[in-house]
Design a protein around this ligand. Sequence first.
Ligand code: IFG
Length: 522
Amino acid sequence: MKKLCLVMLTIGLFSCQSNPTTGPADLTRNTIIPKPVSVTSADGTFILTSRSDIFVAEGSPEEVAVIGNYLAERLNPSTGLGLRVITDGRKPGKGDILLAINEGDTELGEEGYELVITGKVMTLTAVRPAGLFRGIQTIRQLLPPAIESATIQPGPWVIPAGTIRDWPEYGHRGEMLDVARHFFGPEDVKRFIDHLALYKMNVFHLHLSDDQGWRIEIKSWPNLTAHGGKTEVGGGEGGFFTQEEYSDIVKYAEERYITIIPEIDMPGHTNAALSSYPELNSDGKAKEPYTGTKVGFSSLDTRSEITYKFVDDVVREIAALTPGQYFHIGGDESHSTKIDDYIYFVNRVQDIVESHGKSVTGWDEIAHATLKPDVVVQYWARPANAVKGIAQGAKVLMSPCQHAYTDMKYDSTTVLGLSWAAYIEVDDAYNWDPATLVPEIKRENIVGVQAPLWAETISTFDEAEYLIFPRLPGYAEIGWTPAEMRSWDEYRVRLAAHGKRMETLGIGFYRSPLIDWDQPGL
Ligand code: IFG
């Protein structure tokens, strides 16, 4: 019996089971999502203490100190350690974090990073500040879920030694939020942006107009929001972003190295605009506001010059507030626009968008038009449209409705959401490879992955989070981690460890029965 106890004790001492309160005992047994490209472990343990600070390497661009402050703001509320950002060139000591730019490490690319953890200093380097920002999300995830708490938690705050070198597979990794069917205000949108940041996503597509609502102030066409912003699906009060609020959202996203792509959906999905201005309608009569959930019944008058003055003013004003390269022109479900009129319209609108210094992206139907060279076609339903786009030299953004539409129910028991495309359980959301899903859409045609959240059936951000989580981390991994490194059986164990992290962040996620949420992680 004594011998057995001794054996059990020995196993206990050296088991590499991670401890839910102190993180992995071995760096390679981490639960980071997206899964990093390469992780090697080393002897030793890095420990954050009250003597720890965040050091910015001498000669770093100012942006690095801003990123250091972002890290301090993530770590201080829950550790109470009062980490400061040191920019006077002093050298880091035991328990300190060092941030540095290393332009020579080109393997890392624009968003990659290297994290070297020793028993003394944790050093995060990247070619660009964006890479440092992505690396900070890894630091957050290497610490226990309690790190995400808004109140001081007991430590210890330890990370096993080793080296992580990591960079993304795709340059476009994002989500879309439909603020037109139901309006979500700036605070909700910023919280969504925080979720994208934690999982290293870098694009946030805002669906700003539709039949049920116009959600962005246009100073030259004030009725679009004064009238068109005043309702939503179900007849609620709707709402809209003033240009100041939109600019504030753009800035918040930029501080997190996330690009906003604004969408004005046209020529279909335009009842809100048509109800705001009689002159936009071919019969000179404004449409009634619409609070239902049908699609395909509306169309701008593609042969009227005032339509193009309208489009030009709208694109001009939004483009002026949008640093990102792309402007999304929608183009989906224009069932009430004759195909020749649709093609004529999309061709003219491409010229308008380009005249305001932006490139065009749109839902896959726009491939019926003559596409300009740098157009990105967002594949959602018809592979033939995406193939048409590729034949014209366009790139493809993968948003397949059977895998990436997060307004789809998880299963037949899910109350929220729709099911016209599919039921999308957490494994269905994860188990697909953008580069092989549609044979004719090859890896070299694809710019990345985006998961749209349509808002017909959700009216609060809690409801949005129930549909977004726990599927969002999977989309982030599909966009970041090479397909050959991904497997559902291994991913589902890491995802389980994020349950506590989501709880700590106050996210009311769907507790999929496919995940062992109560196991302690790896
Ligand atoms: N399709 C429509 C959306 C929305 C969606 C709901 C696209 C591109 C169905 N268009 O998806 O407006 O209604 O699942």
